[in-house]
Design a protein around this ligand. Structure first.
Ligand SMILES: [Zn+2]
Length: 328
């Protein structure tokens, strides 16, 4: 007769096998995105050289971590990710200190996030749960920065986890395209939370110029010196934007918003996992976002020294300077 211990071990082993098979089966639905011209030395429409920039002395940036997601298995966040790695996507603001005006690219979670988030139903509150909130406005205040020192806010897009702190900076100009604002206005929880943006006093209509930049057909040189250049990255939302940052040191960054949640998504390249995409409607236009992923992947191949930063990748973000430290 078998002991309880032996039965328990067999039950445990059986459960592990079943869960493993289930995870393997789910992950089998994921495959890397096809890359046109992969293996050749010249992907289409990419510049052969980096555009010139004349960043002013004093230009520098800093990451302000404002919160983190309660987390998920990496295999859900990116197709081909591991079921053994648990990730905690970060919610950050990126502070760019420019002599013509300081700007935030995204705001992370703000002082009013609890009230904003409360409109979500039970399941969404679990799924999008966050922890360790430390609003950017409070961290700035501790370092002697009053909120009015932030002149511009450029949200990569208007999802709740990127613009929660707009009410904390009432004097700032908020730059967003009509397309993105309309998308947000017609949207609803959990993706868009009207309480975050309906009180904005100073909207600025973000419009791109027909000036090609790093393979993108349009761009917007924010200060006219090539230091901060926005490009359209629509797909995840109707009007998502990416930000190139060219520092005085020569170091170049590309902040890619939520095109992917992880660096792995851009490296492989891969979309969010198939399983997750069955559970939640994440992307406004899936084919457009997948094309955006492949384009960033190609840029990384062409310019290996370009530092690419997906908005939530905690592993990439922890390598960047954290407020009050800056890098110029
Ligand atoms: Zn996000």
């Amino acid at each position: 007769m078998k002991t309880w211990k032996q039965r328990g071990l067999r039950w445990l082993a059986g459960t592990v096998v079943v869960l493993g098979a289930l995870a393997t089966g789910i992950s089998a639905m994921d495959s890397p995105l096809p890359v046109p011209g992969a293996g050749t030395s010249s992907p289409t429409n990419l510049p052969s050289e980096r555009p010139t920039a004349h960043p002013p002395q004093g230009l520098a940036f800093s990451v302000i971590p404002t919160s983190q997601s309660k987390g998920a298995f990496e295999a859900l966040l990116v197709g081909g990710g591991s079921w053994l790695r648990y990730r905690h996507p970060a919610h950050v603001a990126v502070l760019v200190r420019h002599p013509q005006g300081n700007l935030l690219f995204d705001t992370g979670l703000g002082r009013q996030v609890a009230a904003q988030f409360a409109v979500n139903g039970f399941m969404d509150r679990q799924f999008f749960g966050y922890e360790h909130v430390n609003p950017a406005v409070d961290q700035l205040a501790q370092a002697g920065w009053t909120p009015d020192r932030i002149k511009l806010i450029v949200p990569s897009h208007m999802h709740w986890d990127h613009i929660s702190a707009l009410p904390d900076f009432p004097d700032a100009q908020v730059w967003a395209s009509t397309t993105e604002r309309e998308h947000a206005r017609q949207g609803h929880a959990p993706a868009f939370l009207a309480s975050q943006f309906e009180g904005v006093r100073h909207w600025h209509d973000l419009q791109f110029a027909p000036t090609p930049y790093m393979g993108y057909a349009q761009s917007l040189d924010l200060f006219g010196d090539g230091a901060v250049v926005l490009v359209p990255l629509s797909g995840h939302t109707a009007g998502q934007v990416g930000m190139f940052l060219n520092l005085p040191s020569g170091q170049r960054y590309f902040f890619t918003g939520d095109t992917t949640w992880t660096m792995e998504g851009l490296q492989w390249p891969a979309d969010r996992s198939w399983a997750l995409r069955q559970l939640v409607h994440v992307d406004h236009d899936v084919p457009a976002n997948q094309a955006a992923i492949v384009r960033v992947h190609q840029l990384m191949q062409r310019f290996p020294d370009l530092k690419v930063v997906p908005a939530h990748d905690e592993n990439v973000l922890k390598t960047l300077p954290h407020f009050p430290a800056f890098q110029g």
